[in-house]
Design a protein around this ligand. Structure first.
Ligand SMILES: C[S@@+](CC[C@H](N)C(=O)[O-])C[C@H]1O[C@@H](n2cnc3c(N)ncnc32)[C@H](O)[C@@H]1O
Length: 219
C-alpha cells in the first residue's frame, strides 16, 4: 500500500515543514506543540494543512463541540482531536496500530490533566474491528486528509457508515490532489448528503459536511 498522499518529487517545498521535528499552534487558548517524525512513521507523524484548517473552522465556532461525542479517523499527530477536546468535546482519537504510540504521546502532552478523561486514543484501521465501536454512537466524526488511498475507499466508507446515525455530522477536511479523491466524494454521496461548508484558498483545503439521511440509508 502506498504510504504517501502524493508523489514526493512533485511536492518538495510543501514537504519541508513536514520534516521539522515539531509543529506548534495556538488553538482554544492553548499552545499545542506536536512532535513530528517523518522518517519514523511518514504521513502519520506530521501535521497536514487539512488538520490545521479544520481546527481553524472549529475554533471559529462553526461546529458545536461542547459535550458532544466525537471520533477522529486517521488522526496522525492528533491535532484535530486535541483541539476538539480543548473546545469541550469527548473525543476518541484513532489511527492504525503502528501510529498509536506516537499519537498517544502527542495527545498526552497536549491535553491538560483536567481534560485527560475526555480523550481516548484507540486503534481503528478502516473497515476492521468496527464492532469495537458502537454503531451510530457519535455526534461528530472528523477526518483530516484521510481521502488519498483509493484502495482504502470502500473500507473508509464502511467505517463512516458504521459510526454515523442520522444525527451524526461527518466533517472531512480534504486537499483534492487527484481525480480519485473526487471519486471518493461521489461514492460518499451515495450514502450521505454532502455539502462543502468551507474552502481555504490559501491552503487549497475543502471541508465537507456529510450527514446520513434516512432515504439514503438503504440505497
Ligand atoms: C495524510 S495523513 C493525515 C494525518 C492527520 N489527520 C493530519 O491531517 O495531520 C493520513 C492518516 O491516515 C491514516 N491511515 C491511512 N490508512 C489508514 C487505514 N486504512 N486505517 C486507518 N487509518 C489510516 C494514516 O496512518 C495517517 O495518519
Amino acid at each position: 500500500m502506498a504510504l504517501v498522499p502524493y508523489d514526493e518529487s512533485s511536492a518538495v517545498p510543501a514537504l519541508a515543514k513536514l520534516r521539522e521535528s515539531s509543529a506548534e499552534f495556538h488553538f482554544a487558548n492553548h499552545s499545542v506543540r506536536l512532535t513530528q517524525d517523518w522518517n519514523r512513521l511518514g504521513v502519520a507523524a506530521v501535521v497536514w494543512d487539512a488538520a490545521v484548517v479544520l481546527c481553524m473552522f472549529m475554533e471559529l465556532g462553526h461546529v458545536e463541540l461542547k459535550g458532544k461525542t466525537a471520533i477522529e479517523l486517521g488522526a496522525g499527530t492528533g491535532l484535530v482531536g486535541i483541539v476538539a477536546t480543548l473546545l469541550g468535546a469527548n473525543v476518541t482519537i484513532t489511527d492504525r496500530v503502528p501510529a498509536l504510540e506516537f499519537l498517544a504521546a502527542n495527545v498526552h502532552d497536549n491535553i491538560p490533566p483536567s481534560l485527560q478523561g475526555a480523550v481516548k486514543v484507540s486503534d481503528l484501521t478502516w473497515g476492521e474491528g468496527l464492532e469495537n465501536y458502537e454503531a451510530g454512537a457519535y455526534d461528530l466524526v472528523f477526518g483530516a486528509d484521510i481521502v488519498y488511498l483509493e484502495e482504502t475507499f470502500p473500507a473508509l466508507l464502511r467505517t463512516l457508515e458504521h459510526l454515523s446515525s442520522e444525527r451524526t455530522v461527518v466533517l472531512l477536511s480534504c486537499r483534492l490532489r487527484y481525480e480519485r479523491d473526487e471519486r471518493f466524494l461521489g461514492l460518499l454521496k451515495r450514502k450521505f448528503t454532502v455539502k462543502e461548508v468551507h474552502y481555504d484558498g490559501q491552503r487549497d483545503i475543502h471541508i465537507y459536511k456529510a450527514t446520513r439521511t434516512a432515504d439514503k440509508r438503504d440505497l
